[in-house]
Each structure stands twice: as C-alpha cells, then as structure tokens.
Design a protein around this ligand. Structure first.
Ligand code: SF4
Ligand code: SF4
Ligand code: SF4
Length: 387
C-alpha cells in the first residue's frame, strides 16, 4: 500500500479565496462552504474526479502525491520499476511542453520516462484492448441471457454499464447499490495492466513479483483512489503501486532538467504484442462503448460494424443514444436491436439509473464517464489558467 489514503485524494487548502467557483462544478455536492467562507470537501461524497482542482481559479485545491515514493523506488537497486501510460496523456503532455494542440508526444514521453530511470516503459493501450474484449464478451453473454439462450443463466442483467471510470464506480457504490449487478465486471485498463505487471511480466522476465514496482501515468486523479482499492491485489501484491497524473509527470521531467522538446522519439517496450489501436479512442466520450460494441458486433455477427450514429436524447441531455441492429449468427441471424447510451458527467447519471431500475428505459449498454468530453479533460491533466 502506498502513502496515499484510499479516501481523501483531493483536498482544499487553507489558501481558499472563498469564491465558491468550485461548488457548482462538483458532480456530487461534496464541496461545503458558501461564498465568502473557507470551502471543504466532504470525503464521504467525493468521487476523487479532480474537476474542482483543475477549475479552481486560485489553484489551491490539491491532490495527494505519490512522487516521493516513486523516486525512492527508482533509486532502490532491488526494485524493477515499470510504468504504463494512458492514451489521454500523450497529447496533453506535448501541449504542456509547448507543442501545438493535437501533437502526439508519445515518442518523447517514452524517452523521458527512460531518462527518469524506469526499467520498462509500456503503453496502456494494450490492456485497454483487453478491457474492450472483456466488456464486449460480457455484453454478449448478457444479451444471450436476455434472449433465453441456454447456458447463459448466470450472466448479469441488462443494461450493462461500463466500469473503467473509477469516479463513476464510486458514485454508483455510494448512491445506487442496486445498480451494481449492472456494472461490467471488467477491470479498467490501468488495473488490468497492473495485474499483468505482477503476474505475467515477472514470469516472462524471471524476476520476483515482490521486486516489481508498478507505476501508471494517468490523466485522472480518481486512478489514485482506484489503485488503492483493497481488491486490486490479484497477485498477492498491489497491482499498481503508484499513480502520477499527466501534470505530475510534466513536473518530474522539468524538475530533473530534461529538455523534452529535443528528445529523440522512442518506442514503448513490447509487453505481449502490439495493441490494435482501437483503444486510442478510450480517452474521449463514447470511446469505450464504441470499441466494446464493435467487438461484440463482430463476435456475434461475423461482420464489421459501420459507423454508429449517436443522437441526443430529448430531455436527458447530455445523454446520447443509438440503436444498432445486430444479426446473431448463432441464432440463425436473428436481429437483436442493441440500444446503447453515452452519459457524460456523473451528475447526469442519477435520473438514468432511476429510470433503468423502474423499467422505464430499455438500454442494453450504457457508457458513463465522469469528466466533460472524457479522460482528455480529466482532473489530472495540465491546468490552463488562460482557458
Ligand atoms: S474555487 Fe478554489 S478558491 Fe474558490 S472557493 Fe473553491 S476552493 Fe476556494
Ligand atoms: S474531486 Fe470531484 S467529487 Fe471530489 S470535491 Fe472535487 S469535484 Fe467534487
Ligand atoms: S472520465 Fe476519465 S479522467 Fe475522468 S474520472 Fe473517469 S476515468 Fe478519470
């Protein structure tokens, strides 16, 4: 277990200017204090998303840091320190070093991580593919159960909700325990990578799993909470030992004087094989649902899915939905219309959950991401005071 408490990742410092700008931003009503008063965070309600942090005009909301222990691991000769990097980090990191918007800085990011001393540098895209396969397969099993196919009685209920946003998961656990059987059981890409880093990787490299120290670079403060969840120890060792945000990686690079922009691009180390690239869209709203639905569609129909046309749902903004007719090969090409929805912002999910539980909505697959536009605007991304 690292030094960061599983609760209390985000806190308001005593330098609060009492402007109340953060209160309406918080999706869970966790911020207490009125205009003119010191504000605080009610940790029981907080889902660690960091949206208040990146939007506080005075920059006085802080997230707990794991940098000191990562530095200690990097200088410990017994530790084999591996790092994974999420898809939403690379463009934001480039912008932090003055690159034009949209520039993909992954080659320089991999080079800078090696300069910081990491023994192996990996891309989380590979385990994002695994999450997609898991979620897609689980959706198929739930669809088969719904159409009465024998052998699928133990599958979960529809609709299936995505499970890779730890802020949304905590919100569901805290507020809507009845919806939990509907959440996909797939681990997030960060945690799938962590599990492999403590199981498959030590076997492959012939090292003791106890000596592996697993770090992730994420656009997200809630990932610090996720890595400390007590169930995330599939190997008997904590799957992900420490998380740093995009912001913190930029700071670590600057602190040791690495000239990021003159670095020669490098590749990530190869873990098992190449990723499909499908997971690159994970960082934007709708990406997880689309990638998992494409997988499910191909497995069920043997065909490739064309573009998914999403439309806004009247009265349920910002919810978008689509219906995708899926011919199921195993059922003689019987067409099952899979109805999907995408919800951006945890504050909008409550009504949808209540309607699902009341049987008023007939969705089969629902993606929920907490941050506006998805992880590209996560609470761990660089802060733009001029935006
Ligand atoms: S936005 Fe920042 S300075 Fe303003 S009340 Fe919230 S924490 Fe305090
Ligand atoms: S981290 Fe997110 S949930 Fe917690 S207080 Fe800030 S905005 Fe609210
Ligand atoms: S949307 Fe992405 S960045 Fe935001 S809390 Fe969820 S996983 Fe983290």
């Amino acid at each position: 277990m690292n030094s960061v408490a599983a609760e209390g990742i985000i806190s308001v410092t005593a330098l609060c200017k009492s402007c109340d700008h953060c209160t309406p931003i918080c999706p869970t009503g966790a911020i207490t204090g009125k205009l003119g008063e010191q504000h605080h965070i009610d940790q029981k309600k907080c889902i660690n998303c960091g949206q208040c942090l990146i939007n506080c005009p005075s920059g006085i909301i802080k997230d707990q840091s794991m940098i000191a222990e990562i530095k200690a691991a990097l200088t410990d000769p017994k530790k084999f320190v591996v790092v994974q990097t999420a898809p939403a980090v690379r463009v934001a990191l480039g912008e932090e070093f003055g690159k034009e918007p949209g520039y993909n800085a992954k080659g320089k990011m991999f080079a800078s991580l090696r300069k910081l001393g990491f023994d192996k540098v990996y891309d989380t895209e590979f385990t994002a593919d695994l999450t997609i396969m898991e979620e897609g397969t689980e959706l198929i099993n739930r669809v088969f159960k719904a159409v009465g196919q024998p052998g699928y009685e133990e599958s979960g209920p529809l609709p299936q909700f995505t499970s890779c946003c730890p802020a949304w998961i905590k919100y569901a656990e805290d507020n809507y325990p009845k919806i939990l059987p509907h959440l996909s059981t797939a681990k997030s890409p960060q945690q799938m990578f962590g599990a492999l880093a403590k199981t498959y990787l030590p076997q492959k490299l012939n090292i003791d799993p106890a000596d592996v120290y697993s770090v992730s670079v994420m656009p997200c403060t809630a990932k610090k909470y996720e890595c400390n969840r007590p169930e995330m120890i599939s190997s008997g060792h904590q799957d992900v030992d420490a998380v740093i945000t995009t912001r913190e990686l930029a700071q670590m690079i600057k602190d040791v004087g690495i000239d990021f922009n003159i670095l020669v691009d490098e590749q990530a180390d190869s873990f098992i094989g190449q990723s499909t690239g499908a997971a690159t869209i994970f960082g934007v709203t709708g990406g997880v649902m689309e990638a998992a639905l494409r997988t499910a569609y191909e497995l069920l129909s043997g065909q490739t899915l064309d573009k998914i046309e999403l439309k806004a749902v009247r009265g349920l903004a910002p919810v978008r939905e689509a219906t995708v007719p899926v011919p199921i090969k195993a059922l003689g090409n019987t067409v099952f219309p899979v109805k999907v929805a995408i919800i951006t912002g945890t504050k909008h999910v409550g009504q949808v959950i209540e309607d699902v539980l009341a049987g008023k909505l007939d969705y089969h697959f629902i993606e929920v991401m907490n941050c506006p536009g998805g992880c590209i605007n996560g609470g761990g991304q660089p802060i733009r005071r001029d935006a």
